[in-house]
Design a binder for this molecule. Structure first.
Ligand SMILES: [Mg+2]
Length: 297
């Protein structure tokens, strides 16, 4: 393994308050909707709703999980459509900077959220980044048997930060945790990630916690905080010749000769090297300001 290659094969991102800012009002609206649910659907006093929501989150990982564990027969779809269905999604704007960042990352990219799939798709759609993720691991992924349960506590709800949730995610994603970087805005989720061997990044905070390998105030700071995502192996670096290298090659080798040699080459590695050379040469020769030559051979 080349010493300078990226330590990551895969990036796993939490969604809410991680890929968009916690300050835009979605988190606040979600908390309000959950408290309304506790009052309107479960009959709790309005004055207790906020404390109860925090308690259920701390003890069970979420309100729905807590309610069902306590014996409330709350249907997951009803809960999600109440809590997420009325969110002001228009607060989430298309994020061209994030789109550019994700586009430049060649590794696998996966979403891992406690939210339901409908919410996840809406958020990714609003941000304009849906097409970059090969998988969305969400509430339904972690709780496939819920609809078959005859009593609310028959299948306890599985959510981050439980280790069961982390293990389900890694099984579904088929990743090597040691080469996977996990982003989340929750300190507890990051700690759970570390406990199962993932490399971890805390988002929305400037200070690292014990279990966070990295911390960033905003996901847009990715390049500054974790440049190693973009590191390339020695072979690739070797192929990324500098302008002066190319100029010296050009004086000695006509491009036509390189291309005809390329066409004869059988060996894959050698062919890749020559393709890269032609690519570099063409980009060196192209008029200033014209778009980059793209060789899809
Ligand atoms: Mg989050």
């Amino acid at each position: 393994m080349a010493s300078s290659s990226s330590p990551f094969d895969c990036l796993i991102f939490d969604l809410d308050d991680t890929l968009y800012s916690s300050k835009i009002g979605i988190g606040e609206a979600t908390r309000r909707n959950i408290e309304d649910f506790l009052v309107e659907k479960c009959g709790f006093a309005k004055s207790n709703a906020s404390t109860l929501r925090s308690e259920l989150l701390r003890t069970y990982g979420g309100t729905l999980a807590g309610l069902r564990a306590l014996g409330y027969d709350v249907d997951a779809d009803d809960y999600h459509s109440f809590v997420h269905g009325r969110l002001p999604y228009d607060l989430i704007k298309p994020d061209a900077r994030l789109r550019g960042l994700l586009r430049s990352i060649n590794q696998r990219k996966i979403i891992f959220t406690n939210s339901d799939g409908i919410h996840a798709m809406k958020v990714l759609d609003r941000l304009g980044i849906k097409d970059f993720f090969e998988q969305i691991i969400c509430f339904e992924t972690m709780n496939p048997s819920l609809t078959k349960s005859s009593t609310p506590d028959e299948f306890p709800i599985v959510l981050k930060p439980s280790l069961d949730a982390m293990n389900i995610a890694m099984d579904v994603a088929e990743v090597d945790p040691r080469r996977t970087l996990f982003f989340d805005d929750s300190v507890r989720n990051v700690a759970a990630g570390k406990a199962v061997g993932l490399q971890t990044a805390l988002v929305g905070k400037t200070m690292r916690t014990k279990e966070a390998d990295y911390a960033m105030e905003d996901v847009h700071n990715l390049v500054q905080v974790i440049p190693e995502i973009w590191y390339k192996g020695e072979d690739e670096q070797r192929l990324n010749r500098t302008r002066s290298d190319i100029e010296s090659i050009l004086t000695a080798t006509p491009v036509g000769a390189v291309v005809s040699e390329l066409l004869k080459t059988k060996d894959t590695a050698e062919k890749a090297s020559k393709v890269a050379l032609v690519y570099d040469v063409l980009n060196t020769l192209k008029p200033r300001g014209s778009s980059k030559v793209d060789l899809s051979l």
